[in-house]
Each structure stands twice: as C-alpha cells, then as structure tokens.
Design a protein around this ligand. Structure first.
Ligand SMILES: NC(=O)c1ccc[n+]([C@@H]2O[C@H](COP(=O)([O-])OP(=O)(O)OC[C@H]3O[C@@H](n4cnc5c(N)ncnc54)[C@H](OP(=O)(O)O)[C@@H]3O)[C@@H](O)[C@H]2O)c1
Length: 344
C-alpha cells in the first residue's frame, strides 16, 4: 500500500478500553485527514461447551467485540463516516456449538450494525465463514472441524472481493461463506437454513454415509475393537456437538459434555444407522460416559444386526418433532422412568 503512495500508520490500543481508543482517535484527528471509515476486526476465541464456560470466559471473548465495537461506535458518532464495518462470524447466524461466548459476542456486532442503520449511520456486519492463510480459522484442527461440517475456507483475496461487493450494495448484514451444501445439510441443518435446504439440495441428496463401520469393527481383532468403537463414538459425538471431545472426556458423563436430550436422539440415530445395533435413547439419557457406552455397544455388536428399533422408541423422532426443548426433556424423562419401572 505504501508503494502505491498510501500513508499507513499503525497505532496500538486495547479496543475494549475506552480511554485507549479515545487516545488513538484523538491522535488521528490531530495528525491525519478527516476519519472516513472504521473496520472493527478484533476478536479472540475461548471455546468450550456451555457447561464449561463461566462468566470470565464469556467476558474475555465479549471484550474485544462488544466493548470494542461499542467504543468505536460511541467515539466516532460525530465523524462523517463512509463505512463502519464489523467483522462478525457465520457462527452467529448458523449457530456453533462449543462457541456460545463467541456466538453471543458476534450477535452483538450484528445487532449494532442494525442499530446504527436505524440511526441513519453507515454500518455493515459481515458474518464471515472461514478464511485460509490468515487468522483464527487457520489452525488445522479448526479447518478440519469446519470442512467436516461443510464450511469450506476461502482465500483472503476472495474475502476482500466479497467485502467490496457488500459495501457497494450498501448491505447492513451479510454472510460471506463458502458452503458444501450436501455436507452441511446432510449432517445437521441449522434452523436458519432449513427452509433453503429443499431448494438448494434438489437432486443432490444428503452426503452418503459409510455403512461399513459395523463390518470393519467385526472384522478387526477382538483387542482392536474397543479402540475402533471409541473412535467411532468420538466422531459421532463431535458431529452432534459440532466440537471434538478431548481425551479426558472419555470418562465424563455425556450430558456433562453438552449432549442434551435432542442431541441424544440424533446420536442414537447415527449409532444405530452405522452399527446396525439398537441403542435405546433412555440408555443415553442415564448419563453413561463415552467409555461406558463403548462397552455397551461392543456387547451389542456380537448380537445379530438389529432389524428395528425397540418398541418403546418406535416413532420417537416423529413424537419429538415440533416439541419445545422442555417438552422433549419431559417426554424423555417419562421414557427413562417407564424403563426403570419395567426393570423393577
Ligand atoms: N478468520 C476467520 O476465518 C474468521 C471467520 C469468522 C469471523 N472472523 C472474525 O474476523 C476478525 C479477524 O479475525 P482473524 O481471523 O483475522 O483473527 P486474528 O488473526 O486472531 O486477528 C484478531 C486480531 O484481534 C486483535 N485483538 C484481540 N483483542 C483485542 C483488543 N482487546 N484490542 C485490540 N485488538 C485486539 C488481535 O490482536 P493481538 O494479536 O495483538 O492479540 C488480533 O490481531 C475477528 O473478529 C473474527 O471473529 C474471522
């Protein structure tokens, strides 16, 4: 940029600290031409499922986004700006289990863009997908996690081009994401996309599953089977939670990892489809650890492939459809009670 004759000045400040931001803006007013635009791109991650997040972990992630964007908004109210761009994330549109604090922080940015527009001021919140080469999403485990979900990375050049187009169209909020639609809608449909899915996926169909898991496990030496089942469970739980369990999580009850009753139904369906064995959702709700579940599944695998789900759960998915989370919890609690009664 300097080679092109642009005067580039780098000033450092904690954007969440009002005094420091005021200092930088004061400096700009004294030493530079009028301020004409703001791009807020500060952000940090501190991921964890909700039960692992506390006030401090929320505050850490909120500070650069919520306090930072608010400071820039308040301190430039008098400036005649052409643009005020907020780097938000697709996470606040699509949801992102394991990133509750980050999702909330970005949702604030989205709301701030609309608030500014309502005041007649320039604003654009961009819900970015994943960038390659630079930034938060470049860690290999994150890239893998995102591409597994169907969120494909794009290059900085493509990102900058997208931002130019959004600014030209004078949009308030816009999501810029490269999607593998088959993958994202085949594994989990974020509520906001559910209406789109039929049109987008017309003729494409959800991603095909590998149905040879059961065969592979049964063909393995007996001492290798446990490892295979545990690895399979880690993958399935990661798909359901949209974040990978760590090694230490193998002995934690699944509900402590963030598997709620709706997720338990999804996990049951995945396990039953791939292992062709029956896994009552009530067994999942009794809070087994991943390791205990592996033991239970290994025992079930020796039995012939299950033909149909158990009676009590027949049509469970249909029953769950349309219920609120609380109603699903109540229904599943009743199932657990019934089963306990039947077992005496
Ligand atoms: N990369 C992606 O794929 C992606 C996807 C969706 C959204 N986004 C959003 O895009 C923005 C840029 O992300 P990135 O990927 O480029 O991440 P990055 O390389 O980590 O850049 C984030 C920057 O924010 C700065 N920062 C954090 N807290 C700050 C504070 N209190 N005051 C001032 N600066 C602060 C960091 O400075 P230090 O290095 O000095 O800590 C860092 O330079 C973020 O808001 C992120 O949420 C990125």
């Amino acid at each position: 940029m300097r080679a092109d004759g642009v005067d580039v000045v780098v000033a450092k400040a904690d954007v969440s600290d009002e005094r420091q931001v005021a200092g930088v803006i004061e400096e700009i007013r004294h030493s530079m031409p009028p301020l004409r635009g703001v791009v807020h791109a500060a952000g940090i991650l501190d991921d964890g499922v909700l039960m692992q997040l506390d006030e401090e972990r929320f505050a850490t992630v909120m500070a650069p986004k919520v306090n930072g964007a608010w400071n820039l908004h308040r301190l430039t109210l008098e400036d005649d700006l052409d643009f005020f761009v907020l780097f938000s994330s697709a996470a606040s549109v699509l949801g992102s289990p394991g990133q509750g604090n980050y999702v909330a922080a970005n949702a604030f940015l989205d709301a701030l863009a609309h608030h500014r527009r309502a005041l007649g001021m320039p604003a654009l919140a961009i819900n970015w997908g994943a960038w390659t080469e630079v930034g938060l999403a470049t860690r290999s485990d994150r890239v893998e996690h995102l591409t597994r979900q169907g969120i494909m990375p794009f290059t900085p050049e493509q990102g900058v081009l997208l931002m130019e187009r959004m600014l030209e169209r004078d949009l308030v909020q816009c999501m810029g994401v490269a999607m593998d639609w088959g993958k994202i809608l085949g594994s989990y449909t974020p509520p906001v996309l559910s209406r789109l899915s039929e049109e987008v996926l017309a003729g494409e169909g959800p991603a095909k599953k590998d149905s040879s898991v059961r065969k592979d496990i049964l063909a393995a030496e007996p001492e290798e089977r446990r490892g295979l089942v545990e690895r399979f469970l880690v993958e399935q739980i990661a798909q359901v939670l949209k974040c990978s369990p760590t090694k230490g999580d193998a002995y934690e009850p699944l509900n402590r990892l963030g598997i709620d009753s709706l997720m338990a139904v999804e996990l049951k369906n995945r396990v039953e489809a791939d292992l062709e064995t029956s896994l009552p959702v009530t067994a999942l709700l009794q809070g087994p650890s991943l390791s205990q579940l592996a033991t239970q599944l290994l025992e079930g695998l020796d039995a012939p492939a299950a033909e149909a789900p158990e009676e009590a759960e027949d049509g469970l998915e249909a029953q769950v459809e349309g219920l609120t989370d609380e109603e699903v919890d109540a229904l599943l609690r009743d199932l657990v009670k019934e089963e306990e009664k039947a077992e005496g």
